[in-house]
Design a protein around this ligand. Structure first.
Ligand SMILES: [Zn+2]
Length: 75
């Protein structure tokens, strides 16, 4: 997700998670999204600090493996 789009979603998730006009179901869903994103970011920062060059999600792993296979990047 592009940073601008991520920020757009994050700002609205914050409103949905905290505003009294939200139903409890909506608050819980928005809060769960924030927790999941925070956990994912923390894991990726930890991996980056440990020297990882690329995201380890299935899509990025497949893409980086293909690029490495054809000598476009080093893993
Ligand atoms: Zn990825």
């Amino acid at each position: 997700m592009e940073k601008e789009l991520f920020n757009y979603v994050a700002e609205r998730a914050e409103v949905l998670a905290t505003n009294d006009a939200s139903t409890q179901v909506t608050k819980d869903a928005a809060a769960a999204w924030k927790v999941a994103v925070a956990a994912m970011l923390a894991e990726q920062f930890k991996r980056k600090e440990a020297g990882a060059k690329y995201c380890n999600c299935p899509s990025c792993t497949a893409a980086s493996e293909l690029l490495a296979k054809f000598g476009r990047i080093e893993m």
